[in-house]
Design a binder for this molecule. Structure first.
Ligand SMILES: N[C@@H](CCC(=O)N[C@@H](CS)C(=O)NCC(=O)O)C(=O)O
Length: 215
């Protein structure tokens, strides 16, 4: 299987991270938003929304949307729990990630760290900060309730909800948000990074996780 990504995409990092935890080798085609690679007709043929990540199956079919790809890779493994209620709980937190968490955190990182030159209304920044803080508070409360050994949506083995929520939480500081205020989040980030197979945003280069540049 092949992943189409960009080097700094948090949504694509979710997919590479899970593949790495599962020991699934993905071939990689890294595109560049700055170079305009996502605007080409060739890329639109892979994903009409012109967004990464895209997973290409060995027979050429493609799948977009990070959470759909996480499910595709995780089904039949411990990262997708058994039982209708446990699965629904994971879906609840995946929905939270897309509707409350990812957008404000990703936009703050994009505008404050990756493209500070892009024009932006200041009230939008304040709006995203408020939303991102609220999302982090919700995540903190959930992790505190889950206890030292619990995970976002599951009690004993991490699920794709942890993988989905990890990248933009880990990258929050680039958007001016201090996750050190949240002890349960801080503990959870460390536990994820200690799991066998953990792969940083820039593979083999943990020092570049908060890089503002493509390399
Ligand atoms: N809901 C999508 C969001 C994907 C997304 O926003 N991808 C960004 C990179 S992190 C992208 O391709 N941005 C380019 C654009 O929208 O023009 C997912 O979860 O995969």
């Amino acid at each position: 299987m092949r992943i189409y990504d960009t080097q700094r995409s948090g949504n694509a990092w979710k997919v590479r991270l899970l593949a790495s935890f599962l020991g699934v080798r993905l071939k990689r085609t890294s595109l560049s938003i700055d170079r305009g690679d996502l605007k080409t007709d060739a890329f639109a043929a892979l994903n009409a929304l012109r967004q990464v990540p895209v997973l290409q199956l060995p027979d050429g079919r493609t799948l977009s949307e990070s959470l759909a790809i996480l499910f595709y890779l995780a089904d039949g493994t411990p990262w997708w729990p058994e039982g209708r209620l446990a699965q629904a709980e994971v879906l609840r937190w995946l929905s939270f990630e897309q509707s409350q968490h990812m957008h404000p955190l990703a936009q703050l990182r994009l505008h404050l760290a990756l493209h500070p030159d892009w024009p932006l209304a200041t009230d939008l920044l304040a709006h995203w900060r408020h939303q991102a803080d609220e999302a982090l508070r919700q995540l903190e409360a959930q992790l505190a309730a889950a206890g030292e050994s619990g995970w976002v949506a599951t009690p004993s083995h991490p699920s794709i909800a942890d993988v989905a929520l990890y990248p933009y939480t880990r990258l929050a500081a680039m958007g001016g948000l201090d996750t050190g205020r949240f002890p349960a989040i801080t503990h959870w980030l460390r536990r994820i990074e200690a799991l066998p197979g953990y792969e940083p945003l820039f593979p083999g280069r943990s020092d570049l996780t908060e890089s503002r540049q493509e390399i």
